[in-house]
Design a protein around this ligand. Structure first.
Ligand SMILES: [Zn+2]
Length: 342
C-alpha cells in the first residue's frame, strides 16, 4: 500500500501547527524502580517506552516531531501522565486512543491542547467518549478521596495533580476528552502515516473488543500496540453494548498477527508486554471458550451452569471477576450462531 502523508489540514488538526515548539524537553532518566514516578515506565527499545498502572497500558515513542503517546489511562491521572511522558524525552505531540473505554481515554483532558498535541481516535470512538463524560468527572472526584489507597509512596507531585483534577472536575466538558477533528475512517485501514521521522499505521478491522478498536504498528521499532484487542493472560472484557463479539475479536487478532514476526514486541491493553504468541493465546482463548460453549449447547447445558465452567487452560488468568460475564457473552453468541445457521 502506498504511504499516506497526512494532508496539511489533517496534520494541523492532528498535531497542531507549532512544530517549532517541540524543542527537546530536558531529559529525565526514568528508573524502573517503582515510585520514582507515579506510573511504572519500562524501556522496550531505544526511544520506546510503556507505562503501566491506573488504566490500560500506554506506549510512548520518540520522533523528531515530538513523542507519540498511545492511550491516556484513567481521568484522575492525566496530568501526571502528561508530565511524566514529557519528561521521558520529547514533549508529547500526538495522542492516539486505541478505543473509547475510560481507562484508555480518561487522561485525554490533559492533552487537550490543540496548539501542541494532536488527538487521534476512530470516528466511532468520539461520540462514545463524549457520552461517558460524566464517568470521567466522577472518577476524578472519587480519586481525591482514594489517594491514600494508592500507597504511601505515591510521589507528592502526583498527589497534588490528582487533587487538582478533582477540584477542577466540574469545569470539564465532553469536548475536553475527544478529538477536535476526527480523522476519516479510511485513515484506519493500515496505511502508512508519518509523524516527523516516524512511520506508523493504524488498523481497525471491525468490531472486536468494541466497535472502534484500532491497533498501531510501527515497523521501524517492530512494535505493535494492541489496545484491548489483547488482554494478555487475563479474562477479556467484551463490551457487547459497543458491538463486541468473539468472532470479530478473533478476526482482529489474525490481522494483528499478520503484522508480526518473531521479534515483534506487543504492548497489550492489559497484562505484561508480550509478542506474537500473546496474540495467538488470545485467539486460543476465544476458540476454546467457543468450542466449550458449542459443546454445552449440544449437551443442553444451561447458560447459568456454563458460565461457572472451569476451563483449566485459563486457570492462571487474571480478571477472574469478569470470567462469568465473558463466558455468558460467548454462550449467547453461539446460541445466536446456531439459530442463525439453522
Ligand atoms: Zn477496553
Amino acid at each position: 500500500m502506498p504511504p499516506i502523508h497526512l494532508t496539511r489540514r489533517q496534520f494541523t488538526a492532528a498535531v497542531g501547527t507549532s512544530i517549532s515548539a517541540f524543542a527537546l524537553a530536558p531529559s529525565l532518566v526514568v528508573s524502573t524502580r517503582r515510585r520514582d514516578t507515579f506510573f511504572e515506565w519500562k524501556e522496550l527499545r531505544p526511544g520506546v517506552h510503556a507505562a503501566f498502572g491506573q488504566g490500560g497500558n500506554a506506549g510512548l515513542i520518540q520522533t523528531e516531531a515530538g513523542a507519540l503517546l498511545i492511550d491516556a489511562k484513567n481521568a484522575p491521572y492525566g496530568t501526571t501522565l502528561r508530565r511524566e511522558a514529557d519528561a521521558v524525552g520529547r514533549r508529547v505531540s500526538l495522542l492516539i486512543n486505541t478505543h473509547h473505554h475510560a481507562d484508555h481515554t480518561g487522561g485525554n483532558h490533559a492533552f487537550h491542547d490543540p496548539d501542541h498535541v494532536g488527538m487521534i481516535m476512530h470516528p466511532k470512538a468520539k461520540p462514545r467518549i463524549e457520552k461517558q463524560f460524566e464517568r470521567y468527572v466522577a472518577q476524578m472526584k472519587r480519586a481525591r478521596d482514594q489517594i491514600d489507597d494508592l500507597g504511601e509512596d505515591v510521589p507528592e507531585a502526583a498527589r497534588e495533580e490528582i487533587k487538582a483534577a478533582a477540584e477542577r472536575a466540574d469545569e470539564f466538558e465532553p469536548v475536553d476528552f475527544a478529538a477536535k477533528a476526527p480523522l476519516p475512517a479510511t485513515m484506519f485501514d493500515g496505511k502508512e502515516v508519518h509523524l516527523g521521522d516516524l512511520v506508523f499505521s493504524m488498523t481497525h478491522v471491525g468490531p472486536g473488543h468494541t466497535d472502534n478498536d484500532i491497533f498501531v504498528f510501527i515497523a521501524e521499532h517492530n512494535l505493535l500496540h494492541a489496545g484491548d484487542l489483547l488482554f494478555h493472560r487475563n479474562h477479556p472484557f467484551m463490551d457487547t453494548a459497543a458491538g463486541a463479539t468473539s468472532a470479530g475479536w478473533i478476526t482482529s487478532c489474525r490481522a494483528m498477527l499478520e503484522a508480526c514476526d518473531d521479534e515483534t514486541i506487543v504492548i497489550p491493553g492489559h497484562g505484561e508486554i508480550t509478542d506474537a504468541d500473546g496474540i495467538r493465546q488470545q485467539i486460543r482463548y476465544f476458540e476454546v471458550v467457543r468450542e466449550a460453549a458449542a459443546r454445552a449447547l449440544a449437551d443442553g447445558l444451561e447458560r447459568d451452569r456454563f458460565v461457572q465452567s472451569d476451563l483449566p487452560v485459563f486457570k492462571d488468568y487474571g480478571f477472574t471477576r469478569i470470567k462469568e460475564r465473558t463466558l455468558g457473552t460467548i454462550y449467547d453468541e453461539m446460541v445466536e450462531q446456531r439459530e442463525g445457521g439453522g
